[in-house]
Design a protein around this ligand. Structure first.
Ligand code: BEZ
Length: 211
């Protein structure tokens, strides 16, 4: 069944390139990003794993663990990790699930047979520390993911989890944000001491409160 925002992220046990894990225990109190790759030794996936690995420090700063998935064996992952290091200039920096029996892929509805018959598409799940699914993205095999965009939505999710705000189109960390319509002006003055600009009664902008 498809996974929807707000659902509890399904728990599972799996073999990974860093040993066996129990997903929820492995996540602990961190945020998590689970993302799938169609297959080992494929070109776009190789660049994505290099790109995620190169930015691991940016995810660490955000208390966020990365975990990839591909429906090939551990031995295959091991060989592929060598290619990633050789061609992308960075070693694989996080666990890669060996989902040979497609158990996790099925649990997370990562196989879209009309796109790829038996392989996973490029799914992304961002999971909050309470194990709720906060964001899902689905890309086709032909399009590699953008790490800056994933960091951008992570920043928005972490900000809006702590403050009564939402982030506008094309927002980036540090830009002004929108005060939630449920907060009246009187309460907004207290909650947002840097002040706010009322463009419309439902559209009030304030400097990012955690900066
Ligand atoms: C790739 O990563 O380049 C890829 C994976 C599966 C099908 C096609 C391309």
């Amino acid at each position: 069944m498809a996974i929807r925002l707000g659902d509890t992220a399904p728990d599972f046990t799996a073999e990974t390139s860093e040993g066996p894990i129990s997903f929820h225990d492995w996540l602990g109190d961190s945020w998590g990003i689970l993302f799938s790759h169609p297959k080992d030794f494929t070109p776009v996936c190789t660049t994505e794993l290099g790109a995620f690995s190169a930015r691991k420090g940016d995810f660490d700063k955000r208390n966020t663990k990365l975990i990839g998935l591909s429906v090939d064996s551990l031995a295959s992952h091991e060989g592929w990790a060598g290619d990633i290091k050789e061609t992308q200039g960075t070693a694989l920096a996080f666990p890669l699930i060996a989902d040979e029996d497609r158990k996790v892929a099925d649990l997370y509805d990562m196989i879209h047979p009309n796109e790829l018959e038996t392989l996973t598409v490029r799914s992304v799940f961002i999971i909050s520390p309470d194990k709720k699914v906060k964001l899902t993205l689905t890309y086709p095999a032909s399009t590699g993911r953008n790490i800056d965009e994933i960091l951008r939505v992570l920043d928005s999710l972490q900000l809006t989890a702590g403050y009564s705000v939402s982030t506008p189109a094309n927002w980036n960390d540090g830009d002004d944000v929108i005060i939630a319509p449920a907060i009246n002006d009187e309460d907004a003055k207290v909650k947002f001491p840097k002040g706010f600009t009322t463009l419309k009664p439902y559209l009030r902008m304030t400097p990012q409160p955690n900066k």
